[in-house]
Design a protein around this ligand. Structure first.
Ligand SMILES: [Ca+2]
Ligand SMILES: [Ca+2]
Ligand SMILES: [Ca+2]
Length: 279
């Protein structure tokens, strides 16, 4: 099972070659805002402003100095109904993280941080998702913020075959666009007749869906395909590591041979698969 997850995660990574770029939609913080908590007490320069100054006046004096030192604009107090005070929101045209680093070294500041934007993790609406503990284990919700997969990525599954009509898989099965199904001809000239979704290398025919029976062996390939790419967020069943992908079904015998594997890998490479799972 570990191998399954390894390949599945590799699959996701393969879909996400480009690193995520901050954008207003995906920004981690408000671009020009800093939250500062002033240090409490009246020591040092704060006392020098005025022995009789009210707390509000001392805060304003402190804010003025911070603005001058760090290139900040006017600050406004955060909601203070709870009475804890000392937190201010300041604007800056400078890089927010650089400003925060400076502020956190300033003796008048207890701490400074960007005005972070918090979002709910991306979570599919599939009803059985809550039971898929492995997704929580490998923190897939965070990965889905970056990518949920792509039909452009073809993943070859060398296993016991896949139920290509399964309602949670049928939209993620690879289609050989150069092949016309069921006409008895090798339309795309790749050496395989009517290979519309893959090939059965055990029987050397295009019967890639195992006969339905309640056995782990018969269903193994379908389960693996589901882990890799059961359609996610479709309100049905489970979610794969990839919500969208193209599963190329390369069926092997139950007791398969090296010869079958070699032919299947050849087929995978020749027909566009970028990731391979092998039982
Ligand atoms: Ca063909
Ligand atoms: Ca054909
Ligand atoms: Ca689903």
């Amino acid at each position: 099972m570990k191998a399954i997850w390894s390949i599945a995660v590799a699959t996701l990574i393969a879909t996400s070659a480009a690193p995520a770029q901050p954008s207003s939609k995906g920004a981690t913080h408000v671009p020009d805002e800093v939250i500062v908590k002033l240090r409490d007490g009246q020591g040092g320069t704060i006392r020098a402003f005025s022995e009789d100054a009210t707390a509000a006046q001392r805060h304003q004096a402190s804010l003025f100095r911070l603005r001058m030192r760090h290139g900040l604009e006017n600050g406004v107090p955060l909601d203070n109904r709870a009475g804890r005070g000392l937190h201010y929101l300041l604007k800056t045209a400078r890089d927010v993280r650089a400003v925060c680093a400076e502020l956190n070294r300033d003796p008048e500041v207890e701490y400074a941080q960007p005005n972070y934007i918090y979002r709910l993790c991306r979570e599919p609406n599939d009803p059985d998702f809550a039971d898929q503990y492995a997704h929580q284990l490998i923190q897939m919700q965070d990965a889905w913020e970056i990518s949920t997969g792509s039909h452009d990525i073809i993943i070859a599954v060398l296993d016991t075959g896949v139920d290509v009509n399964h309602p949670d898989l049928k939209d993620n099965i690879w289609i050989n666009k150069g092949e016309i199904p069921d006409n008895g001809k090798d339309d795309d000239g790749n050496g395989y007749i009517d290979d519309i979704h893959g090939w059965n290398f055990g029987d050397d025919d295009n019967k890639i869906t195992p006969v339905a029976k309640l056995s782990l062996t018969a269903n193994h390939g379908t389960m693996v395909a589901g882990v890799i790419a059961a359609t996610g967020n479709n309100g049905r069943g489970v979610s794969g590591v990839n919500w969208h992908s193209s599963i190329m079904v390369l069926r092997l015998s139950d007791d398969f041979t090296s010869k079958e594997v070699a032919a299947a890998l050849d087929y995978a490479a020749a027909n566009g698969a970028r990731v391979v799972f092998s039982r």
